[in-house]
Design a protein around this ligand. Sequence first.
Ligand code: SF4
Length: 436
Amino acid sequence: MFIKRIIKEIWKEHYRAVDELMKKYQHMNEDILCELAIEECDKLEITFFEQDNFVQNIIPSIGCTKCFKQYPCSFCNFHLEEVKFSALMRVLREKNTDMYVKILLYNFRKTRGGMKIKPKNVELFAVRDFFNEFEFPPEAFDAFLSEDGVFTSKPYYGSVFTGPGSINKEKIRKIKSAFRKNVTISIGIEVGNEWIRKYWLNKITTNSSIEKSISDINEEKATIGSTIILGMPGLSDRQSIELMLQTISWLNPTPIKYIQMGYLVKKKKTLQAFLFDELRNDMDLIKIGVVKGPRTGLMDIIVLFDSIMKIYENNESISKRIIFSPQNFTDNAKLYRNKDLYGPLTRIESELLDYVVEITGLGVKGVSKYKPIYEKVKETLEYKNSMAKLAQQHGLEDIENTMRVVGNKLSDKLFTGEERESVLEELEADLATINY
Ligand code: SF4
């Protein structure tokens, strides 16, 4: 598969470093490993995210187990940046579950400040796949959420993320019992189109497995959430928006209560970061709207504001179910405001960025307030120019060609000779099956 070859190459050094460290740690005493893991935890810039009566507990774990063999999804670097921590946690997980759980607890207690914590109304546990027993074993579940767990009393609401492959009705019943009211179980969907998810995002989650999970969660009367992305790596803004609108239409008839929209984030080693580092001034890619100089890897601010407003205007029935990922956009806002990384913002862009940040924090109830602003923005020359540029970009009708152009450019940067030829053959074989 083309995308897997690309991602494997981008992550090659990281995987080699983790493997070497793991070999070293496998021969070490478990107590020493535990001490080293605690030292590494103290260096992580991981905190929790808190807003009103909601808290997102970011729990650095073994990370995404899918990444061990399949390599990360092209847009993601979840918990993978810290080479030493990743290696330590993987060895500890294999050697000694209790010590692994001890590290998960250590981080949680350090960030929340105490042995027994008074719960917030909504406690979200941000491990990659809460129901994956290798990442979050039953011992961890009990250590956090049993009566002897980390809270002074049962929290009212819980929220977790999971992959469809890890979930079953028994696990849903168990987690429901850990909260007084209910629990939201969110499935990582990213994009409704199965082909794009597999062959461009490197995420092997099928639509039938997503539908089965939705049905199981629904039958057990837990709340169903989902995550989708606004912005696709290596595609034009126009294609990203068209795909997102397709995704929303696909989800509309389902009983999903929350659709959490995450913005594409330009993090290290993601496809969008690679395009920024290596190809941001490539004229062929600029022409089709996939890169845009220093602004590569992030959606244009005016386009972003416009698509948020259009989602609400055109999809009224579903818009109340859409929420934005606040933590994720806080990261992006920093990038947009960094002149060295994004270039200077115009006055309108700067204002619209503030509004997007506000909307992200407020959720759906905040959007109507911005309609008069939107109407004014639509009258500006800058908006009209931005929309004209967007219209010139390749749309979904050209997606195969866009991927061919991007695929060739990526292959030229990453491979040479016969290896490059074989990667391009894989690209053509994948594109022969395209379905959108
Ligand atoms: S999106 Fe999910 S499955 Fe994909 S690499 Fe990130 S954490 Fe892993």
